[in-house]
Design a protein around this ligand. Structure first.
Ligand code: NAD
Length: 546
């Protein structure tokens, strides 16, 4: 699957190559053969002992940012141990290497700069992007996560500090689905920043001018895409945390031309759809009978609405019938076709209806079976909203997806309490279990991590030439089918995150099956797809002794 591997170094340099370094785990014979005797404490350790040592170090720290930094340093020193630590307890370590901790790490990126990782492409290097990308030591790159740092999580424009996101996200591709780290590459495109405090900070590491827009930006993106195609023709490109207007247009421009996707739009849509499939397994209803009302009409809302519509077409409806089952409600009320402020990407969901300015009234008018909150505004799923949903539906679907927790449209407790325990609930940020009238509810988290690592693994295992909407629908179904009867009895509609590697490999295999069925693969179809995916997955073990 890969080209000729890089040759391991020997001697002192070996201990500074994170890919080959084993630290204290080099055996006595290895130390002798590799010329590193005396350069390490004398008694060799096992990987298990090393994991225990890192875990203990972390337990002494109060601050998650400090833990993040320790883990970043570990990655720069010993890649295998870093992934062994993460994969030993993903539910604990995911929040430390990605959200929420990565947000603070990006904000403080210029102040806590660590060992360089990935590639920075400044717009000042236009015309030379192939040359810069060619400086990356690996020549077989299969997966790139790229940002321009403009809309980092909910934190806005963080300029080159956004690099924490591709780095963290690629760690999850590996830790959660076994995408081999040497095939991955984090990239930040630096087109300037509009963040005044960064521009005024002497420690800021990026270009000190306002963001470049328009034709110059478009040409820079195009040169970047061409450079990736030229150097890494088998690579899948994942766009991450671009501003809405760029995210949507870039995806539209390239989705049918190269192997690419946008997790903010398509991964979010798939994880929401997985939640809906999970909810329908509880309510025993059909997708084609559902109606959804979104609070918020941005890229998350329209991305989810479009994927639901496409999933409806796979169950016999037309795309227009699918879209007619999805309604948007934004800061100016129900999005109806007579409004003058409807953007092109919202038009498919701006239906013919009288204007409605209150969300509760919209619920009464549209009679949705589910409401999905992607407004970034907390508390808007208030008591009258939940009570209206519970009046209309036996099992109302209530998904407050805005992140972080402080922005959630309601809490799990509110949804369960105000619906008399009938809500089928999932949120963007995690909520603890809820006890209500002697019953214990476990709220699910619609975390994109159920989708994107598995998508990466599936693309890798099949050599997929495109990433299609139908692949995301396959992913959503695969996630939902892993929820057990016991999970569902407590209201859970996603598999537990503690078994994320198994869950992702299952999901990856189902996506891969679809890729082979559709003729989108560039490798021969294996006899057993599950085994093929598992065999391609990275495991954090040291390579055999010399
Ligand atoms: P966005 O800024 O593009 O869209 C926000 C939308 O909400 C806009 O249409 C805006 O008009 C609307 N809005 C704002 N205030 C409102 C109000 N008072 N009433 C009604 N509508 C209002 O943002 P986005 O990228 O679409 O993301 C939205 C939210 O979804 C974010 O909080 C994000 O964290 C969350 N999200 C969650 C996940 C996940 O959990 N898996 C994934 C992606 C996005």
């Amino acid at each position: 699957m890969t080209d000729t591997p890089r040759q391991p170094l020997t001697g002192y340099a070996l201990l500074h190559d994170p890919h080959f370094n084993k630290g204290s785990a080099f055996s006595e014979s290895e130390r002798l053969a590799l010329g590193i005797e005396g350069l390490l404490p004398p008694v060799p350790a096992t990987l298990q002992i090393q994991i225990a040592r890192v875990t203990m170090q972390l337990s002494f720290l109060d601050s998650d940012l400090q833990k993040y930094l320790i883990l970043s340093d570990l990655l720069a020193r010993n890649e295998t141990l870093y992934y062994a630590v993460l994969m030993s307890d993903p539910a604990t370590f995911m929040p430390l290497v990605y959200t929420p901790t990565v947000g603070e790490a990006c904000q403080k990126f210029d102040h806590f700069l660590r060992a360089p990782r990935g590639v920075y492409l400044p717009i000042t290097a236009r015309g030379r992007l192939v040359e810069l990308l060619g400086n990356w030591p690996e020549k077989d790159v299969r997966f790139i996560v790229v940002t321009d740092g403009e809309r980092i999580l909910g934190l806005g424009d963080l300029g080159v500090g956004g690099m924490g996101i591709p780095m963290g996200k690629l760690s999850l591709y590996t830790a959660c689905a076994g995408v081999p780290p040497k095939l991955t590459l984090p990239i930040t495109l630096d087109v300037g920043t509009n963040n005044e405090s960064l521009l005024n900070d002497p420690l800021y590491l990026g270009l000190r001018h306002q963001r470049v827009r328009g034709a110059e930006y478009v040409a820079f993106i195009e040169e970047f895409v061409q450079a990736v195609q030229q150097l890494f023709p088998k690579c899948c490109l994942q766009w991450e945390d671009f501003a809405n207007f760029n995210a949507v247009t870039i995806l539209e421009r390239y989705r049918d031309k190269i192997c690419t996707y946008n997790d903010d739009i398509q991964g979010t849509a798939a994880v929401a759809l997985a939640g809906i499939f999970g909810a329908l397994r509880i309510s025993n209803e059909q997708l084609t009978d559902q109606r959804f009302l979104f609070l918020g009409a941005g890229s998350a809302a329209t991305g989810i609405a479009e994927l639901i519509s496409e999933a409806i077409t796979l169950e016999g409806g037309t795309i227009d019938q699918g879209r007619a089952r999805n309604w948007l409600f934004d800061v100016n009320g129900l999005m109806v076709d007579s409004r003058s402020d409807v953007a092109d990407f919202q038009k498919p969901f701006a239906h013919s209806h009288a204007p409605v300015s209150s969300f509760v009234e919209a619920i009464e008018a549209i009679k949705p079976t589910g409401i999905i909150g992607v407004s970034t505004v907390p508390k808007l799923f208030n008591r009258p909203v939940i009570e209206a949903m519970a009046r209309i539906n036996k099992r109302p679907i209530i998904f407050p997806f805005s992140n972080p927790t402080s922005r959630s449209e309601c809490t799990a407790e509110e949804a369960y309490k105000w619906s008399g325990g009938r809500a089928i609930f999932a949120s963007g940020s995690p909520f603890p279990p809820v006890e209500l009238d002697g019953q214990r509810f476990i709220p699910g988290q619609g975390n994109n991590v159920y989708i994107f690592p598995a998508m990466g693994m599936a693309v890798l295992a099949t050599g997929a030439t495109r990433v299609t909407q139908a692949m995301f629908i396959s992913a959503a179904k695969a996630v939902a089918e892993q929820v057990t009867n016991a999970d569902r009895a407590s209201g859970l509609i996603y598999p537990p995150q503690s078994h994320i590697l198994d869950a992702s490999l299952h999901t990856a295999a189902r996506i891969a099956e679809h890729v082979f069925d559709q003729g989108l693969a560039s490798v021969p179809r294996p006899e057993n797809i599950d085994e093929h995916v598992r065999a391609a997955a990275y495991r954090p073990v040291y390579s055999s002794p010399v």
